[in-house]
Design a protein. Structure first.
Length: 196
């Protein structure tokens, strides 16, 4: 696995290494959590750059990486991150990390080539203050490799039962699973988060 970003995005391993979002939590009064989900899946195209994120799918053949980092919702930033990866835009992935975690990312990205294959879908998010866990399902393989990961259950890794949001978030930041992808809000903008 890699340091910095959950194992879902395998090809970022080299980037993140050098750069040194049970059942879903429910929202409600007093919980401190907001939940956002979508039932439909929208396909992205090479020219699409304004997907809302929740329920958006990206495939290796159709992803453009055109969404901007630090956007309005955690789902949007994860959708952009996924699009950039599936399009093989390795240096663009660094723009989705918080500004303080980008320093070594660009040089690590320069050593990557090719495009991964697969389809990934953002299936909603749970937000707690300035942190979020974004649900992701799908299948992803590294370029020219049989190194693949998949997830079909959007609730995998999400807080629930005896696991708190903070516990689930810390596990996601440590890179212990395919999903959820952790995000953090800094100065009003969302970024994909990970340990440096």
């Amino acid at each position: 696995m890699r340091a910095g970003i959950p194992a879902m995005l395998l090809a970022v391993a080299a980037v993140a290494a050098t750069a040194g979002c049970g059942s879903a939590a429910s929202s409600g009064p007093g919980s401190g959590l907001a939940s956002s989900t979508a039932g439909a899946t929208a396909a992205t195209t090479a020219s699409a750059s304004t997907a809302t994120g929740a329920g958006a799918a990206a495939s290796g053949a159709a992803a453009s990486g055109a969404a901007a980092s630090g956007v309005a919702t955690p789902q949007q930033v994860v959708t952009g991150f996924i699009r950039a990866e599936l399009a093989g835009h390795w240096s663009k992935l660094c723009s989705y990390l918080p500004p303080g975690k980008r320093s070594g990312c660009t040089s690590g990205a320069a050593s990557l080539s090719g495009k991964p294959t697969g389809t990934l879908t953002v299936d909603g998010a749970v937000i707690s203050g300035r942190r979020a866990l974004v649900k992701v399902t799908g299948h992803l393989c590294l370029p020219g490799s049989t190194d693949c990961q998949s997830n079909s259950d959007p609730e995998t890794g999400m807080p629930g039962g005896s696991e708190t949001f903070t516990q689930a978030y810390n596990k996601a930041v440590a890179g212990n699973g395919f999903s959820p992808l952790p995000c953090i809000k800094i100065k009003g903008r969302w970024y994909v988060n990970g340990s440096a």
